[in-house]
Design a protein around this ligand. Structure first.
Ligand SMILES: [Zn+2]
Length: 217
């Protein structure tokens, strides 16, 4: 690309350091790495401190299209399948996975702890529709195979045993939309050592219970 030699189309300029900051690159080491990347791509050169606003927009598009912007190892792992792109560390508020949400980061951390231990088949019984949607959305790209059973849907023991077969973790999410008969049947069906009871609603309660299970197994 030859943009760097052309006089800027717009007279308005911003500091390159400011642009990097806006993109979420606050760490000085990452800033200089990204500076190198945009120099190599031809958007600027080592002599410049400012960049035209128009060109800054192009840099933003270029970075987002070619790199996975994540805040931590957990989020990088959970962002998963976009392996074609290499990862760059950004501030949490610019993270493509968690978007600065503590809850999302907790889920990412849980997913990493599970896959680090080779646990990938997770069955969740109960929970709200909202938490099911959130988990499915967050975990769609990571190595976890998540299956969520509606807590109000009657299941017989035979079916429950089938669903629990080869499952690494059976989370029984009490205090949510979970009928007593459903929790009972899965309590019997789950293999010993795979059962994770959760006593409270909310994703934080789920993550805490899974962590306690992992620590004690
Ligand atoms: Zn993140």
């Amino acid at each position: 690309m030859s943009q760097s030699k052309k006089p800027s189309e717009s007279s308005e300029v911003i500091p390159i350091s400011g642009l990097l900051e806006t993109l979420g690159f606050s760490n000085p080491n990452v800033q200089s790495a990204v500076r190198q990347i945009i120099e190599t791509a031809g958007y600027t050169n080592p002599r410049k401190t400012n960049i035209a606003v128009d060109k800054a927009k192009l840099v933003q598009i270029y970075i987002k299209a070619n790199f996975r912007l994540v805040c931590s190892e957990e989020c990088d792992d959970a962002a998963g399948k976009k392996r074609m792109k290499s990862g760059l560390r950004v501030r949490t508020d610019k993270c493509e996975f968690c978007n600065g949400s503590d809850q999302n980061r907790l889920v990412a951390k849980m997913a990493k702890s599970l896959s680090d231990r080779g646990l990938s088949e997770i069955l969740i019984v109960g929970g709200s529709t909202q938490s099911a949607n959130t988990l499915n959305r967050l975990l769609k790209s990571c190595k976890i195979n998540l299956k969520i059973i509606e807590g109000t849907k009657r299941t017989n023991l035979k079916m429950a045993k089938l669903l629990c077969r080869n499952v690494d973790l059976v989370v029984i999410w009490g205090a949510t939309q979970l009928d007593h008969t459903v929790s009972q049947v899965f309590n019997i069906a789950a293999e010993p050592g795979t059962k994770v009871p959760v006593a409270r609603p909310g994703l934080k309660a789920l993550v805490d219970a899974v962590n306690i299970h992992l620590r004690s197994n």
